[in-house]
Design a protein around this ligand. Structure first.
Ligand code: BTN
Length: 330
């Protein structure tokens, strides 16, 4: 077992409580069914309570779930995924440093395509360009997916667009809010960052070993830290109500699989077309570009089939961006 992984038995405890949602389940029965002592059951119940799961304890008769928990436990997520290859195995953490780190370690040990690593909290969540990713406990979705695509390393950037598109579709479907995608990988809501994607890979010159797609979505944050307040938001902050995270994660993993298959079956041009239709940044947007040491203003002028963004400077010169970042100029 990967160190720190949620014990499969805690997962069974969550499952047992959900299955008996309206009933009081006796402590000794839980202990016997999952094969631990009563004091371990009590300790784990306390752990779940600390994550916001409402469990009522009756001294002489047992425990009763007060509301369905919104924990991204494998036993609650996997049954919703049907035949999805992505998520066939889910490795869950209450807390870890970065799900991308864990996924990379697992991939190096031969973990198969489709394995998902998810955490309720990250202590060293990483963003692009060496930034950190704010990963408050049980508020967001912090997930990394191991892909082993039959593609050349040069095709890897399109996988970021696949993930951005999947996140866009999942959030639109579940929350019904007008999300936008900013090239290459930011999910925006009402102009502020709602989610981001960190794609990392291990490869040889001509062969991809594994690609780790790390996705962070701000779901139920009640406030963002002062330094992020102006640029980042959460579904709860914008929608004025909390959102269940399990359906968002399920939709995300299903959409990721759907768009990954689209890439393999129809090629990157099909992905890029859909990406451009979902984003207001693909064409005609005035932006400030930061790429390598360069910084300038330009207008976006469409995407290439490999995912590169074409921008036009005021003097008419065009340039293809393969990395970097853009912000809208108002
Ligand atoms: C960005 O916009 O800069 C990318 C943010 C990516 C954050 C996610 S959260 C899950 C995964 N684990 C990490 O450490 N980072 C990614």
């Amino acid at each position: 077992m990967t160190p720190g992984t949620t014990d499969r038995k805690i997962d069974r405890l969550i499952h047992l409580l959900v299955k008996n949602a309206t009933l009081v389940v006796p402590g000794p029965k839980i202990a016997a069914e999952i094969g631990v002592t009563r004091s371990t059951v009590w300790m784990w119940i306390e752990r779940l309570r600390s994550l916001g799961v409402e469990i009522k304890g009756y001294p002489s008769s047992g425990y009763q779930l007060q509301a369905l928990p919104d924990i991204l436990a494998p036993s609650l997520v996997r049954p919703e995924l049907g035949e999805n290859e992505i998520g066939r195995r889910i490795v869950h953490f209450f807390r870890t440093d970065s799900t991308n780190n864990v996924a990379a370690q697992l991939a190096a040990k031969g973990e198969p395509h489709g394995t998902v690593v998810v955490a309720e909290e990250q202590t060293a969540g990483r963003g692009r360009l060496g930034r950190s990713w704010y990963s408050e406990k049980t508020s967001g979705i912090y997930v990394s997916v191991i892909l082993r695509p039959p593609l050349a390393p040069t095709a890897a950037p399109v996988l970021t667009l696949v993930a951005g598109l999947a996140a866009h579709q999942a959030v639109s479907q579940v929350a019904g809010v007008p999300v936008d995608i900013r090239w290459p990988n930011d999910l925006l809501l009402h102009g502020k960052k709602l989610g981001g994607i960190l794609t990392e890979m291990s490869a040889e010159m001509d062969r991809l070993h594994a690609v780790i797609i790390g996705i962070g979505l701000n779901v139920n944050h009640r406030a963002m830290p002062a330094e992020l307040k102006e640029i980042a938001t959460s579904l709860r902050l914008e929608g004025g109500r909390p959102y269940a995270r399990v359906p968002v994660l399920v939709a995300l993993l299903k959409e990721l699989e759907r768009h990954y298959r689209l890439l393999l079956e129809e090629g990157s041009a099909a992905v890029v077309r859909r990406w451009a239709a979902a984003s207001t940044f693909a064409e005609g947007k005035r932006v400030r570009v930061r790429s390598n040491a360069d910084e300038f203003e330009a207008t976006t002028a469409g995407l290439e089939a490999n995912g590169a963004l074409r921008v036009r400077r005021a003097d008419g010169r065009e340039q293809l961006l393969v990395s970097g970042e853009i912000v809208e100029v108002k």
